[in-house]
Design a protein around this ligand. Structure first.
Ligand SMILES: [Zn+2]
Length: 257
């Protein structure tokens, strides 16, 4: 009974304990509030921009995600900003860029971020023959896994995938589900593929986040304007009482051979 109570108390206190972790050199850091394990057996698709449901987040909880990297002139700046604020994010990698800059994804891994997949060369998969689309997905995964872990696995360590251009097809969604891979959409984005100043992007994104109140935020670590606005964005989230959730794969996920 005492053991049960101890476990219960630990379970209740854990999120606060995580929040209390000091951030070296920055007492005002945004920090990472908690870790959320995502199990592919129970979570297939998340993000209300594309799908009916999203991650189980409380009000003012955000998951930060970055697509299309790594990119040598911008991703290191994004990583520096995240590190300064002790924020953990998820990167959806482009295999082509990973092959060109493997040291940057190894830094992402070393700094505790989650590494998901985003194809090899960013085609719009819905408009390709199914076999070609599947090959493109796995070419990306294999390139990412090789740079990260030294092995060209088709069964990724983090079974997280995002469709380029947010254009899935029912056949590919079914295929990824069968392979135990969670498809990430988004709940809010910065539209950072459009040219705008960092300040314009900051205000647009903050106003959109205030509207949705919680969710998965989509950014691109390949965009200079995003890398530039990130420090002010993270400080603004702290001031407005938002909290960061780090998504990681469930250790109990199904292994597919
Ligand atoms: Zn993309």
């Amino acid at each position: 009974m005492i053991r049960f109570i101890a476990i219960l108390v630990a379970a209740v206190l854990l999120p606060w304990a995580a929040a209390a972790q000091p951030c070296p050199g920055n007492r005002q850091a945004l920090g990472t509030e908690r870790v959320l394990e995502v199990d592919a057996n129970s979570t297939r698709r998340v993000g209300r921009k594309q799908f009916p449901g999203t991650l189980p987040l409380s009000p003012k909880e955000l998951v930060l995600t970055f697509d299309d990297g790594p990119w040598p002139t911008t991703t290191p700046k994004v990583l520096d900003s995240l590190k300064r604020e002790c924020v953990k994010a998820t990167f959806f990698l482009l295999g082509r860029n990973v092959e060109a800059h493997p040291q940057i994804v190894r830094r992402e891994l070393a700094e505790g971020h989650s590494l998901g997949h985003h194809t090899f060369s960013h085609p719009l998969l819905r408009y390709m023959p199914l076999a070609k689309a599947r090959a493109e997905i796995y070419r990306g995964i294999a390139a990412d896994e090789f740079a990260l872990y030294g092995e060209r696995r088709s069964d990724p360590a983090a079974p997280f995938f995002r469709f380029p251009g947010f254009v899935p097809s029912p056949a590919l969604l079914g295929y990824l589900q069968d392979r135990g891979i969670v498809v990430f959409g988004a709940d809010v984005w910065a539209s950072d593929w459009l040219p705008m100043t960092p300040d314009q992007e900051l205000h647009l994104l903050l106003s959109r986040i205030e509207t949705v109140g919680r969710g998965i935020v989509l950014l691109h670590d390949t965009k200079a304007q995003t890398a530039h606005m990130l420090p002010a964005f993270l400080r603004a989230l702290k001031q407005r009482g938002y909290r960061i959730v780090h998504v990681v794969p469930s250790p109990s996920r199904r292994i597919v051979n």
